[in-house]
Design a protein around this ligand. Structure first.
Ligand code: NA7
Length: 556
């Protein structure tokens, strides 16, 4: 990697200042965006609410937190030196190691000087006279920027459930998405965990080992596949490193989800029962998200999907000794994979421990939280500490937290009141020069996030270079392009089983949130090609100009 241009002006102390670009968030998206734009000589400021870089890996420190994509693939590909020199220790690195990697990247590429930590962006207002954004931050300052890039993450707005009495609980309350930085220890305590999504499924087995008693409050059972996590051997790491060019190419161009894996060439109903079972057994033994790649139609055809769902339900029944508990843990209300499947270490087996109880909230709902217990319809479950593994206001939540006003003073929140509307998940009409990384309408959460992040960052950086070469200063999506894209995103989603689940992909976990399938399901390879074609056609569907039209003065 060549030395970065010296940008001494960028390292100025925070103050009212003018930048070419403001980037919101210093997770994997924000850091790489900074690196790319600064490499083009732009003056960039990154604002980060957290006390350090790392985004989701800075906040999600709950016991057992790991990525569900293998680390050799959940890592940047933009620098070959970086991917050759970093040593991932395990197949799925723990949160602390991923955070260490984020910090390493910040240091290695000398990013910190342009990142202002502990600073929330409260407001961004587009000034139509000057075609610039005014960005107000929590330190009371206002910066001016030509471009704003929202690198705010899809799962960064932790959601507190609205449960009566929660504030009256006298023990410690933790949210998995906002875990304290000090070590937590549940030894000797009676702990309650509310929620059984990915975060709970990772943390429950670890908390169960510490706690005197653990009560898991489950509203919806989830499908989970064993991670089969293990230390990576030197040979495994070397094999990846040698093959990185092809692995990365495949992940970007051919895989639907941005993960290098063997793709299936047949449907589940093309095989007989024995062959099918053998294939599912092999995938189960291998572990991980690629279970869903056993066949090519598992997310398209309900009958095919039922065979995979039935297999996993059978595994749960084999693992969990108490038949009643096993039954409750078997998901029966959504097709497997229509919510992101979870990846666990000993989740189902944890319910065989004598100190673990499962409460089924569907038949026995929470009535209220008392100072020392969770009261359900049938009784009180006494606890000393409460863990809320209740998820996020996903995809739009962190964007909606910022007061963003575009043309005519219209806010993004108003525009998205009926559901997010974007062109390619990158821009929203009426909000010129405002980019979103992995926004709604792009593959984002359906993919290996780093693959999608790199694609968006590269596209945005290339777009800004294109504009600069031509003296263009303003870019905005057209209404027609946006309408067509929104229709396309919905049309593709409807061809799959995804909309059948009450998932956060649909906004279904937030009361009152419009029920719209938010990510683009066409696959990262297809999507990348669409974005490349748009750029090759001179950014078709976007209007570029030298400056925003100045409102006409009334004739005197
Ligand atoms: P998720 O997947 O949104 O899971 C949240 C869980 O919390 C889920 O089981 C919810 O049940 C449950 N929940 C939410 N609110 C309540 C209330 N009020 N009462 C009871 N149960 C509740 O979030 P995670 O953090 O686990 O995972 C998010 C993603 O991070 C994951 O997909 C990976 O990509 C990484 P519900 O299903 O709504 O009935």
């Amino acid at each position: 990697m060549s030395a970065l241009p010296s940008m001494s002006a960028n390292t100025q102390a925070a103050g009212d200042a003018a930048y070419d670009a403001v980037v919101v968030g210093a997770g994997f998206a924000g850091m790489y965006m900074l690196h790319r734009l600064r490499g083009q000589g732009l003056k960039v400021r990154v604002y980060e609410q957290g006390g350090d870089v790392g985004g989701t890996w800075y906040w999600n420190r709950y016991p057992g937190a790991r990525c569900d994509v293998e680390s050799m693939q959940y890592s940047y590909s933009f620098s070959d030196e970086l991917q050759q020199e970093w040593n991932w220790s395990e197949r799925y690195a723990p949160q602390a190691e991923i955070l260490k990697y984020a910090n390493h990247v910040a240091d290695r590429f000398k990013l910190r000087g342009d990142i202002q930590l502990n600073t929330r962006v409260d407001r961004a207002t587009f000034d139509e006279r000057t075609s610039t954004w005014q960005v107000a931050t929590s330190d009371g300052r206002i910066a001016t920027a030509k471009f704003v890039v929202l690198a705010t993450g899809c799962l960064s707005n932790a959601r507190m459930p609205d449960i009566k009495g929660l504030s009256e609980f006298k023990g410690n309350v933790y949210h998995t998405g906002h875990w304290p930085h000090e070590p937590t220890d549940f030894t000797g305590l009676r702990v309650g965990v509310i929620g059984t999504g990915s975060s709970a499924i990772q943390s429950v087995p670890v908390i169960a080992q510490q706690a005197r008693h653990l009560t898991v409050f489950q509203r919806t059972a989830n499908f989970s596949i064993p991670a089969r996590n293990a230390e990576l051997t030197v040979e495994e790491r070397e094999a990846f490193r040698r093959n990185y060019p092809e692995i990365r190419r495949f992940a970007r161009e051919e895989a639907r989800n941005g993960i290098y894996a063997e793709l299936p060439d047949r449907g589940a109903l093309d095989d007989g029962d024995n062959t099918r079972r053998a294939k599912y057994e092999a995938r189960w033994a291998k572990g991980g998200l690629t279970f869903m790649l056993a066949y090519n139609n598992l997310i398209l055809d309900k009958a095919a999907n039922d065979t995979a769902a039935g297999f996993v339900r059978g595994k749960i029944a084999e693992i969990v000794r108490d038949p009643e508990t096993a039954k409750r843990l078997q998901p029966d209300d959504h097709p497997i994979g229509s919510k992101r499947i979870c990846v666990d270490t000993d989740y189902y087996a944890t319910f065989n421990r004598p100190n673990v109880t499962l409460v089924d909230l569907k038949s026995d709902p929470i009535v209220e939280i008392l100072p020392n217990a969770v009261r359900t319809r049938t009784g009180d479950h006494e606890i000393d500490a409460l863990v809320l593994a209740t998820g996020f206001d996903a995809m739009t939540g962190s964007v909606a937290k910022i007061d963003i006003s575009g043309r005519g003073g219209r806010t993004l929140k108003q525009k998205w009141a009926e559901g997010p509307r974007t062109y390619l998940g990158l821009m929203s009409q009426g909000f010129p020069n405002l980019f979103i990384i992995t926004g709604p309408g792009s593959p984002s959460v359906l993919s290996n996030m780093i693959v999608s992040i790199e694609q968006h960052v590269d596209w945005i950086a290339d777009c800004l270079a294109f504009m600069r070469e031509r003296g263009l200063e303003v870019i905005e999506a057209t209404k027609e392009a946006e309408d067509q894209w929104v229709a396309h995103v919905n049309e593709v989603a409807q061809q799959t089983l995804y909309p059948q689940a009450n998932s956060w992909y649909m906004g279904a976990n937030i009361p009152g949130k419009p029920r719209i399938f938010m990510p683009y399901i066409g696959g990262v390879g297809v999507y990348r090609q669409i974005c490349n074609d748009v750029a090759a056609k001179g950014y078709e569907g976007f209007v570029m100009s030298q400056s925003a039209p100045v409102p006409k003065m009334a004739a005197s």
